[in-house]
Design a protein around this ligand. Sequence first.
Ligand code: SAM
Ligand code: FES
Length: 389
Amino acid sequence: MNNINLQDDNEVLRFIKTENAEEMATLFEAAAALRSEYYQNDVYFRGLIEFSNYCKNDCYYCGIRRSNANAERYRLSSEQILQCCQMGEVLGYKTFVLQSGEDPYWTDDKIVETVRAIREKFPASAITLSLGEKSRESYQKYFDAGVNRYLLRHETANDEHYQKLHPASMSLAHRKECLFNLKEIGFQVGAGFMVGSPYQTPEHLLEDLRFIEKLQPHMVGIGPFIPQADTPFKDCSQGSLEQTLRMVALTRLLLPKALIPATTALGTINPEGREKALKAGANVIMPNLSPKAVRKLYALYDNKICTGEEAAECRVCVEGRIRRAGFVPSLSRGDFIDMQTTTQTALGSAPAQVAIDGAGAPSKTMHLRCEECQDSQAERAKVPEAVCG
Ligand code: SAM
Ligand code: FES
């Protein structure tokens, strides 16, 4: 099906760098075919709840790093997180992803208590955490409380490059150790990296691929680096769409069963970025479930999309995009294929009216319209080829 020799570093490097349209098309087609073999054209939803933008770390690329005095900080309460999950449940999402900076306020006890409450209220849902680097004991506590998955991008697999992106207090060795611990404990694990981050070379990207081959994560998050105005990398160029797509496709070829998101960062650098990623082998989308009032504050990078909508509007927008790109939105849990616990559920048509309020709690009805896309569901039905974004 594909004639790329994935064991040959020089050949993989050639595909990492190629700008030849025909070669890229071959790569994307091979990746898409392999994705279809295991997951058909299904695209899985993960409801993302960005529950705190406090962080004790100081990654040079990240807009919520602790040194950014311009970041307006917020934390959701456990109750607010549960309200977001409730909204996700109404929208049909079967996976909740709780992501935050490394926020010391959120002790293990508080995390465990919140996870237990989610698990009790939504027993059939998958719970994913993305809280950064923790001790093995902490990860074990989360797992025992009912967490199924953990996302921790390694960011770059090259030690020297890692040191250029992070302060000396952080180490790639520790990040990798965390990933192996998470796998051993039994989580479905997501690693991943930024494309086009400052000082990155094609050889670094090859190392990223070799690292995920070794780790064998269940999920791989790949997004372009995008500068944020209040960080030391504010004047650096962003990662390119094409190179990010090539990395998505190569990752699919190396890990045929992986769950790979079409990332918000890709949608930020190109209006069709997420659709293009699906066509290059991705199969996950992560609509935002955070309350609208705090979305803009989780500003990892500039011009982030999907910060102006309520969760329900996001669902309609994203679902329409998936369908128009020729894919099938699925509201099953979307577990890693060898770890599936529930049967697949095809997504029905989106509810025209959904009860929500600003904090995500059901209370009043509203018409679904994605303000960013300026494209309501009714308008889309009339003009199915409408380009959104
Ligand atoms: N604290 C958790 C952690 O460290 O994994 C999760 C939050 S962290 C902000 C989530 C991801 O955002 C990072 O792994 C990084 O890849 C991505 N990110 C941060 N700043 C970015 C930027 N400027 N451009 C693109 N992605 C960025
Ligand atoms: Fe902590 Fe970005 S520096 S989440």
